[in-house]
Ligand binder design. Structure first.
Ligand SMILES: NC(=O)c1ccc[n+]([C@@H]2O[C@H](COP(=O)([O-])OP(=O)(O)OC[C@H]3O[C@@H](n4cnc5c(N)ncnc54)[C@H](O)[C@@H]3O)[C@@H](O)[C@H]2O)c1
Length: 374
């Protein structure tokens, strides 16, 4: 992986709530300086035990050297941790540490830690500042930017949460060296998504770098992450609370959310479900005349080259998928809403698609791409 001596920097523009995103190698080494500059009374690092050992404890020690009391709170890894009860436990631990309003929560981990840490920060004392230090590719290109925080309920994913923007995002690409390859590839689905919805140049770069990216080792990684963050930052600056253009980030997610629910959370990683969902969405687009015919094949080829699944998992019934899609919190009046693309690099705002067309697209998907082994 190429090292970038000078971190790249960009901004999410949200008036008083604007914040920088810093991307590069060895960013964690300088994290204590960035945190100190925010003048917190105390810092609480929320992370998983393994990440605490590798990255959290060294950062806590560097923070202590700045004279700012810093605490490390760990929670088990996994989507199951992103729940109400765990948020409650963290809040109580924070209260017991007598953290005040000027404290900073630093979420060090993947999307689970980011969403949960951000949610806890949004709730504690009616809202304290937080910093995102994402360590998965998915979190670095997506979940750490934009201020969506929350937890899951037994009734569904992300049903409780708040829009609460971080004050800083620190992206150290070196942390990806310890990330399991499967998780890295899952993040590549979101990377390709940005190319598909907003940037043909990024699409071409990712395709050209597919072999290296698949191995988790591209000299263009920092640049690719930067471009994804830039797209997300621009979209969030324009539409913070998803009234319009932010919804295009959900390309592939209508089917992905349903797949995750039907296949069982954990069987498919989120990015893998998005990979399959993007091919389905492209087919829906082709069927409704929005997307040029052949685009789904092109996207599927690109995803396969990145080592991602494109076929629907075995044993998943269309009826079950459709039932979940109709229940999705983004569905309106029982109609399934899809983000479609007009071409690679250009998405459209979500439109309602009737069940017949979705079923037809799923059928075409099954014929073209066959059932997967997962
Ligand atoms: N807020 C948003 O805008 C947004 C957007 C997309 C996804 N999400 C959420 O993100 C979550 C998924 O995030 P994720 O894919 O990052 O999964 P994750 O947070 O569960 O992390 C995946 C696994 O990788 C491990 N890990 C993290 N960093 C590591 C590293 N550097 N080295 C080794 N292991 C590491 C974690 O411990 C975990 O086991 C979901 O809950 C999803 O809802 C939120």
């Amino acid at each position: 992986m190429e090292t970038h001596p000078f971190p790249l920097r960009l901004h999410v523009q949200l008036g008083e709530r604007s914040y920088p995103i810093i991307i590069g190698s060895e960013v964690l080494e300088g994290a204590s300086e960035h945190l100190r500059a925010l003048q917190p009374s105390q810092v609480v690092l929320i992370t998983h035990p393994q990440l605490a050992e590798w990255y959290g404890e060294p950062l806590r020690q560097r923070m202590e050297q700045t004279g700012i009391p810093t605490y490390l709170l760990t929670i088990p890894p996994g989507e199951r941790t992103k729940r109400w009860e765990v948020a409650g436990r963290l809040l109580r631990q924070m209260a017991q540490l007598t953290l005040d309003r000027r404290c900073i929560v630093a979420a060090l981990g993947g999307g689970v830690i980011g969403d949960l840490g951000g949610f806890v920060a949004a709730c504690y004392l009616r809202g304290v500042r937080y910093v995102q230090i994402p360590t998965t590719l998915l979190a670095q290109v997506d979940s750490s930017v934009g201020g969506k925080t929350g937890v899951n309920l037994p009734e569904g994913k992300n049903l409780v949460g708040a829009f609460h923007q971080p004050v800083l995002v620190l992206i150290d690409i070196d942390t990806l060296k310890t990330l399991p390859r499967r998780h890295f590839r899952a993040g590549l689905a979101e990377v390709l998504k940005y190319g598909i919805i907003a940037d043909e140049t990024l699409w071409r770069l990712v395709n050209a770098e597919a072999h290296n990216l698949r191995q988790g080792d591209s000299a263009h990684l920092a640049e690719i992450i930067y471009r994804c963050c830039e797209i997300k930052a621009n979209i969030v600056s324009e539409d913070e609370t998803e009234q319009g253009v932010r919804a295009t980030l959900n390309f592939g997610h209508t089917v992905a959310h349903a797949l995750e629910a039907v296949a069982g959370y954990g069987r498919l990683l989120h990015g893998e479900a998005v990979s399959i969902g993007m091919v389905c969405a492209a087919l829906v687009g082709e069927l409704t005349g929005v997307t040029p015919v052949g685009t789904a094949e092109e996207i599927a080829r690109a995803l396969r080259a990145l080592g991602l699944p494109v076929a629907l998992p075995r044993g998943v019934e269309f009826d079950d998928l459709l039932a979940v899609m109709a229940r999705d919190k983004k569905a309106r009046d029982g109609q399934v809403r899809f983000v479609l693309i007009e071409r690679i690099g250009q998405a459209r705002l979500p439109i309602a698609v009737n069940e017949k067309e979705v079923r037809h697209a799923l059928g075409m998907h099954r014929e073209k791409f066959l059932w997967g082994a997962m």
